[in-house]
Design a protein around this ligand. Structure first.
Ligand code: ADP
Ligand code: MG
Length: 409
């Protein structure tokens, strides 16, 4: 069934209504300044949609992982930035729930935004505590979920408050960002244009086995790279030297290879060095000549060419995980080459989707961000989605078909 979206509600459903919006304002802050606006900008369309329809907008988000109240994790500077980026009146209250927060919400006019203090200052947030969720829900009549990056977590602000609002007859709907994320990721899984090519890399196979297993029956080609490829090389009996490998996942790697047959491609060469910190220039090695004291830092040039060719045939590309240690210039080439290949395929008409925080950074480094169809704002959440795991922050939303029958406004 289809989850309810903002656009399923009539335009006059918002005027003067108190709306609790969960967004993802978990942004990097240095010396009290926001250093990257990506996530803030991703919330702007939903916040403008609501303020333009004169809703009284209450914004909840977490920031970082504070153990309790901690000024270093206050959302105050983020609220200021949000005001600049939305061009709407945005105020801040230094409390998540409580008398000050309540007073600030009461003082809100239609078309104004209030940012509550960091939800993680409250122990009840990660416990999804019922009382805290009810306090957070306050008198809100509508819950809007737009924090795609946290929908895989059942916290008070991502799921609990929405349940409370729905139980008393209110609605919970997807915001514009969440709608876009679900649409692109969902289409890739459910009805991809073919050939469907997926590139999987990054640090560890262990965190992505479920993603591999979920994608395997759907893809036409699976291109393995990054450190996860090392474990596959080990399973094949190739040399890996001192590379990052997970010996306890060799069996899983072997099972995956057997199930995938020739749909799964492994690197045919690698860039290796005796140190991976950039202090030693890499050399190119084949599968049988990585020395004992060397480690793999990137895919090699032949693999780049092979993978780029396959990516060039794709009608749908889903990419998660860099091909190498792209943070080091010496090992960035493979990742940058794949990013450009994905962008080129997109220019030729393919649908391209990038999930994962490091992969999104790699796309930015390759300067192809605006040539990609959809770059997910949620690292862990996009992986959970691709792995077919439940997303509590989505499951809690109203069904589109039920909106009419649910009462409330
Ligand atoms: P994402 O955030 O896109 O999901 P991951 O977090 O899984 O990606 O992986 C990114 C990390 O993987 C990067 O920090 C990169 O340095 C590391 N990595 C990639 N290839 C290797 C390798 N061969 N050896 C060690 N680390 C690697
Ligand atoms: Mg990462």
């Amino acid at each position: 069934m289809q989850k309810a979206r903002l656009s399923d509600l009539p335009d006059d459903a918002f005027q003067g209504k108190t709306v609790l919006v969960r967004v993802d304002l978990n942004v990097p802050i240095e010396d009290g300044d926001v250093t990257d606006d990506t996530r803030i900008d991703a919330t702007v369309p939903t916040l403008r949609y609501l303020t333009d329809r004169r809703a009284r907008v209450v914004v909840a988000s977490h920031l970082g992982r504070p153990a309790g109240p901690d000024p270093a994790f206050s959302l105050e500077p983020v609220a200021a930035r949000l005001g600049e980026r939305t061009g709407r009146p945005v105020s801040f209250v230094g409390e998540t729930v409580g008398p000050q927060a309540r007073a600030a919400i009461e003082a809100l006019e239609g078309g104004e935004v209030l940012v509550l203090e960091n939800t993680r200052f409250e122990a009840g947030e990660t416990d999804n505590d019922r009382d805290f969720a009810a306090e957070l829900a306050g008198d809100a009549e509508l819950f809007v979920q737009d924090a795609f990056g946290t929908v895989h977590r059942a916290h008070a602000s991502t799921a609990g408050a929405a349940s409370v609002i729905r139980e008393r007859g209110g609605r919970a709907v997807a915001g514009l960002l969440l709608e876009k994320e679900l649409q692109w990721l969902g289409a890739a899984l459910e009805d991809p244009d073919r050939p469907f090519v997926s590139i999987l890399g990054g640090a560890k196979i262990s965190g992505k086995i479920d993603v591999v297993s979920a994608l395997l029956p759907r893809v036409d080609r699976l291109l393995i790279c990054g450190a996860m490829a090392n474990t596959f090389w080990l399973a094949r009996g190739h040399t890996v030297g001192e590379s990052l490998v997970e010996p306890d996942r060799v069996d899983v790697a072997r099972e995956i290879m057997e199930a995938a047959g020739d749909r799964l491609l492994l690197p045919v060469d690698a860039r290796v060095a005796t140190a991976l910190d950039g202090s030693v220039a890499p050399r190119v090695a084949g599968p049988h000549d990585v020395a004992e004291n060397e480690a793999i830092g990137d895919i090699g040039p032949e693999t780049e060419a092979l993978y780029a060719e396959v990516i060039g045939t794709a009608a749908t590309v889903v990419w998660n995980g860099p091909a190498g240690i792209f943070e080091e210039r010496a090992f960035a080439a493979g990742t940058l080459a794949l990013a450009r290949a994905v962008a080129d395929a997109t220019d030729e008409g393919a649908v391209s989707i990038i999930g994962g925080g490091d992969s999104a950074r790699a796309a930015a480094m390759a300067e192809v961000t605006d040539r990609i169809t959809h770059i997910s704002t949620g690292g862990g959440a996009s992986l959970a989605f691709l792995a077919g795991e439940p997303l509590p922050g989505v499951e809690v939303l109203s069904e589109a078909d039920d909106l009419a029958g649910e009462g409330g406004t």
